[in-house]
Design a protein around this ligand. Structure first.
Ligand code: NAP
Ligand code: GDD
Length: 319
């Protein structure tokens, strides 16, 4: 049985990856940071099939001890401060979790067992002010937020440990991926949750920032499969994972409201406080390498994703 350690297992991607690897017959271990209240909502349904351990990306010794205890074959490093606006408010903490935390994981692997395969959750936010359209593995990075800058560090330290110590380390450059398990502060879930609340008479208005921003949005369940595929290759490499389509926040609103039989202009207002100090205007990925080398393709369209998210939020409020 293959043993896996997932950091960030309580998050959106961690929970889908745990589902996916349990189905593959893995022995799944998850790392969580200590909290006074449990944050296990997304993994409640598999709680008795996985093993949870406390450790923290900020604490080097806790990571070394954890890896010695679990003896994993694969590690997926998904834990991070992942919300872009917070990275302007807490830039130092973001760097400590999202950037230096990756070095701490890699150092723990180097010290305990260099044969462990490592996946780093890199991000299309690294492309920022895009230098090429569409963005691919070779497109230069130009991050536009402290989060993006931290992810560039995490990306290159992963490449560096692969090249310096011959560790099987892959960096997945994933474009935005969403689901009914997405945190409610991210724009897609903020919209679908509001659509459901408005439809059920619990809310009147939805305030958003920049409606013109464009993102390449996919379904998180499809993207965790790509993470696993990267670690099953002969050679460790980096891959862009994206749909190859882009849509604006405005289009997402139109589609989500209309799926519930509502006209988005009747409910959406603008709040300039939600506009970011520096914006990433356009993201669109070129997943050709992942198609050709991994055989990976997204299995859900943009329309299916929006409908799925609205339907799940509507069901929740109706219940
Ligand atoms: P998420 O839902 O915000 O989950 C983040 C996870 O990290 C949570 O489990 C959180 O634990 C954990 N965490 C944060 N700080 C930690 C610390 N100091 N020690 C231990 N655990 C810590 O994020 P996601 O959407 O699943 O994304 C997963 C990863 O992929 C992140 O690294 C993100 O930056 C990256 N990424 C995401 C996307 C996307 O579109 N979703 C795209 C590209 C890259 P708590 O439950 O305790 O908060
Ligand atoms: N969150 C939020 N809230 N975003 C808004 C709002 C709002 O009210 N109004 C407009 N937006 C715009 C943002 O300005 C941004 O251009 C876009 O919607 C998407 O914002 P988010 O959903 O917060 O995601 P993100 O693109 O900043 O970051 C996500 O994707 C990255 C990959 O590109 C996160 O998951 C990151 O962790 C991930 O790395």
């Amino acid at each position: 049985m293959t043993t896996v350690l997932i950091t960030g297992i309580t998050g959106q991607d961690g929970s889908y990856l745990a589902d996916f690897l349990l189905d593959k017959g893995y022995d799944v271990h998850g790392m969580v940071r200590r909290s006074s209240t449990e944050t296990f909502l997304r993994i409640e349904h598999i709680r008795d099939r996985i093993t949870i351990h406390q450790a923290d990306l900020l604490d080097q010794l806790s990571l070394i001890n954890l890896i010695e205890k679990v003896q994993p074959d694969e590690i997926y490093n998904l834990a991070a401060m992942s919300f872009v606006p917070t990275s302007w408010v807490q830039p130092v903490l973001t760097a400590e979790f999202t950037a230096v935390g990756v070095t701490k994981m890699l150092e723990a692997i180097r010290l305990v067992n260099k044969k462990i395969k490592f996946y780093q959750a890199s991000s299309s936010e690294m492309f920022g002010k895009v230098q090429e359209v569409p963005q691919r593995e070779t497109t230069p990075f130009y991050p536009r937020s402290p989060y993006g800058v931290a992810k560039v560090y995490g990306h290159f330290i992963t490449v560096n440990y692969r090249e310096s110590y011959d560790i099987f380390a892959c960096s997945g450059i994933l474009f935005n991926h969403e689901s009914p398990r997405r945190g409610k502060e991210f724009v897609t879930r903020k919209i679908t949750d509001a659509v459901a609340r408005i439809k059920c008479g619990l809310q009147d208005k939805l305030y958003l920032g920049n409606l013109d921003a464009k993102r390449d949005w996919g379904y998180a369940g499809d993207y965790v499969k790509a993470m696993w595929m990267m670690l099953q290759q002969e050679k460790s490499e980096d891959y862009v994972i994206a749909t190859g389509e882009t849509h604006s926040v405005r289009e997402f609103c139109e589609k989500a409201f209309s799926h519930a039989g509502l006209e988005w202009q009747d409910y959406v207002g603008l709040d300039p406080r939600l506009v970011r100090p520096a914006e990433v205007d356009l993201l669109i990925g070129d997943p050709t390498k992942a198609h050709n080398r991994l055989g990976w393709h997204p299995e859900h369209t943009f329309g299916e994703l929006v409908d799925m998210m609205v339907d799940e939020d509507l069901n929740r409020y109706r219940q």
